[in-house]
Write a protein that binds this ligand. Structure first.
Ligand SMILES: [Zn+2]
Length: 366
C-alpha cells in the first residue's frame, strides 16, 4: 500500500501577521500570533519526519495551481484581487478581514491548491493508493467570490475540478471533519448532483447559522449536501455513530469515483477554537472507517487535504495517527496526551447527540 504525502517548505512561510488570535495587534491588544499560525502544520510535518514515517511515504511535489485551475472554481475578480494585494509589501486579506496574508501570499496559496491537485491526481492515476496533502493556507471556507475563515482558495474543490476536467472523474464524495462547517465547499457544490458534500461539525460554531440539517442542496442536487451539526462536547461516541448511520451509508448510496476528506484537527479535545473531544485515536478510528468504505466503493481511493486545527502540541499527533492508518505503518511514536481525554464520560454517545444524528438520518432517508 502506497500513501502519498504533500508538504512544501513554503506552506510554513504563509504569513498571517502579528494578530492576537484574529484581533489586529495594537496598543490595546498585545501582539502575539494569529490562530492560523504556521506552528501546527510545521510541527505536523516535523513529526512525520522524526517518527521515520516520511521515508515510507511517497513524497508528491506540489505544482502551483494554474489560473485555469483556479478559475474553474473562483471568479476572475477574486483571483485578480488576491494577486494584486499579494504585490503589496504588507500583503492583504482573503476577503473577510480575518484572513490576512503576507506579501507573496498569492504564490503560496496557489501552491497549496496545487498540492491538493497533485495529491488527488496521484490517487486517481493509481500512482498511490491514498494521499494526504498537508497544505497551508486551508481552503474549505473559501467561496467562489472570496476567501474567509483563514482560507484563500478552495483547495479541495480546485483539486476536484482539475480531475473532473482532465482525468475522467465524475462523482466525488467529500467528508469534512474539520470542527467548523465546510461552508465554502458546500456553496460551490450546492447545485451539483455529482459531488456529495458531507460536513460533520460543531453546531453553530463558524460560520454562524451555517451547516444546518435542512441545508440539503438545490434543484437536481437536492440531497447531495448533508450536514451533521453535533452539539458542543461531542466525543468519539457521537462521531462514530454519525459515521455509521450517516456518512458511510450516504457514500455507499452515492457511489463515488473517489473520496476527498477536508481534514481539520480542530475537533480535538485540545483545540482552543472549539469544544469537541476527539483524540488522535478517535481520528484514527474515523480514518479506518473511511478506508474500509473506500475499498468497498472506489478501489480504496481517498485523498485528504488539510484544513484547520489550532493546538500546536496536539495536531501533529492527530495527523500522524491518520497517516499511520492510511499507510498501514505503525511508527511506535504514540500519542502522549490522548489518555487524559479518552475516559471522559462524554466520549460516549448521549441521547441529545443520538437525536441530532437521527434527525439527519430522517432528513436524508438513510
Ligand atoms: Zn476549522
Amino acid at each position: 500500500m502506497a500513501t502519498g504525502f504533500v508538504w512544501e517548505e513554503l506552506y510554513g512561510w504563509h504569513s498571517t501577521g502579528s494578530n492576537t488570535g484574529q484581533i489586529p495587534s495594537s496598543s490595546i491588544v498585545q501582539p502575539y500570533q494569529h490562530f492560523e499560525s504556521p506552528e501546527t502544520k510545521v510541527r505536523f510535518a516535523s513529526l512525520v519526519e522524526v517518527s521515520g514515517l516520511a521515508k515510507d511515504l511517497v513524497r508528491i511535489p506540489a505544482i502551483p495551481a494554474t489560473e485555469e485551475d483556479l478559475l474553474r472554481v473562483h471568479t476572475q475578480e477574486h483571483l485578480d484581487r488576491i494577486k494584486r494585494e499579494s504585490l503589496n509589501p504588507k500583503g492583504g486579506d482573503a476577503g473577510d478581514g480575518d484572513s490576512p496574508f503576507g506579501s507573496g501570499g498569492f504564490e503560496i496559496a496557489a501552491l497549496a491548491a496545487g498540492g491538493a491537485i497533485a495529491a488527488l491526481r496521484a490517487v486517481v492515476s493509481g500512482e498511490v493508493n491514498n494521499a494526504y496533502a498537508l497544505v497551508r493556507p486551508p481552503g474549505h471556507h473559501a467561496i467562489a467570490s472570496m476567501g474567509m475563515g483563514y482560507c484563500m482558495f478552495a483547495n479541495a474543490a480546485i483539486a476536484i475540478e482539475n480531475v473532473r476536467a482532465t482525468m475522467g472523474v465524475q462523482r466525488v464524495a467529500i467528508v469534512d471533519w474539520d470542527v467548523h462547517h465546510g461552508n465554502g465547499t458546500q456553496d460551490i457544490y450546492f447545485s451539483d448532483p455529482d459531488v456529495l458534500c458531507i460536513s460533520i461539525h460543531q453546531d453553530n460554531l463558524y460560520p454562524a447559522n451555517s451547516g444546518l440539517v435542512d441545508e440539503i442542496g438545490d434543484g437536481l442536487a437536492a440531497g447531495s449536501v448533508i450536514n451533521i451539526p453535533l452539539p458542543a462536547g461531542s466525543g468519539i461516541g457521537a462521531y462514530s455513530s454519525a459515521f455509521d448511520r450517516v456518512v458511510l451509508p450516504a457514500i455507499r448510496r452515492f457511489n463515488p469515483d473517489v473520496i476527498v476528506i477536508t481534514s481539520g484537527f480542530d475537533s480535538s479535545a485540545f483545540d482552543p477554537l472549539a469544544q469537541m473531544l476527539l483524540t488522535a485515536a478517535g481520528y484514527s478510528e474515523l480514518t479506518k472507517k473511511i478506508l474500509q468504505l473506500a475499498d468497498e466503493v472506489c478501489s480504496g481511493r481517498v485523498m485528504m487535504t488539510h484544513e484547520g486545527g489550532y493546538s500546536p502540541v496536539y495536531v501533529p499527533y492527530c495527523g500522524l495517527a491518520v497517516l499511520e492508518e492510511m499507510s498501514g505503518i505503525k511508527t511506535g511514536m504514540n500519542d502522549p496526551y490522548g489518555h487524559a481525554f479518552e475516559n471522559l464520560p462524554d466520549q460516549k454517545l448521549s441521547a441529545a447527540q443520538a437525536d441530532r444524528i437521527s434527525q439527519v438520518v430522517a432528513t436524508h432517508a438513510l
